[in-house]
Write a protein that binds this ligand. Sequence first.
Ligand SMILES: NC(=O)c1ccc[n+]([C@@H]2O[C@H](COP(=O)([O-])OP(=O)(O)OC[C@H]3O[C@@H](n4cnc5c(N)ncnc54)[C@H](OP(=O)(O)O)[C@@H]3O)[C@@H](O)[C@H]2O)c1
Length: 268
Amino acid sequence: MKKVFAVLGDPVSHSLSPVMHNAAFNALGLECEYLAFRVGKERLGDAIRGAAALGFGGLNLTIPLKEKALEVVDADAMAEKIGAVNTVDFSGGIRGYNTDGLGAMRALAERGVGLRDAEVVLAGAGGAARGIAFHLVKAGARVTIVNRTEDRAASLAAELHVKSAVLSKLPGLLEKAGVLINSTSVGMTPNIEETIATSDMMHPGLTVFDIVYNPVDTKLLREARKAGAAVIDGVKMLVYQGAESFRIWTGKTPPVDIMEAAVRRRLG
Ligand SMILES: NC(=O)c1ccc[n+]([C@@H]2O[C@H](COP(=O)([O-])OP(=O)(O)OC[C@H]3O[C@@H](n4cnc5c(N)ncnc54)[C@H](OP(=O)(O)O)[C@@H]3O)[C@@H](O)[C@H]2O)c1
């Protein structure tokens, strides 16, 4: 009998996780199937415990369930700190993990971006930014969090003992930065002509990582290329966070190239 995995969220029909994980299961010849279920916050406990009772292999959680899941699962220390769970594993109870930040770290490492003592500007203070910020600090980066709503940046920065600023301070901050990570939703479809920074604010020594993956080639990345900066797109993080979930569930090495190709094909 096939082992079932799923992503829960609301909305969830746009999720790329089924295409990515089914490609991985097929490539490894595993008798598994990955589905998507629309679940609201009020039924999350029932859904997670139901999946456990039905013998599911594991779950991913997306908006708006990641924070609420902490009330239901036994979360590991990093997911507790981040305050959000995106991966649930049923092999020893109902365990919760957050692989978003790990995915971002792997995307940077793959491109040879060293984080120890690096000046990193992290734009955004929402859910994705939290996941990334804790890992950046753990990796020894000198982080400045910038956000449109300054209070949110300040409060996340206070938790991590790092600096913060309002988003409009970005031009000055980029002059001495080595890495810019966009974890805001600026530039995401349908607002594809929006960007948090233009080429005149960037320099060739900068690496610009945009976690927005729809569209893949965002205005921010195009501006970065114009300035001669190195670029990393959001598909990398998406694939690597999924790969970490896959590893947790199966204990197997995920076929990341196949997962990435499946996602890029779907995104066009
Ligand atoms: N590649 C991946 O694997 C991956 C994973 C997770 C998320 N993402 C992408 O990351 C983005 C953020 O996701 P999230 O879950 O963190 O969302 P979220 O919790 O809603 O946070 C949104 C962030 O974007 C900022 N923002 C929104 N509109 C803005 C605007 N017009 N100008 C300036 N700042 C603006 C918000 O600032 P305020 O605080 O001022 O509202 C906040 O910091 C989304 O595009 C999502 O698709 C990608």
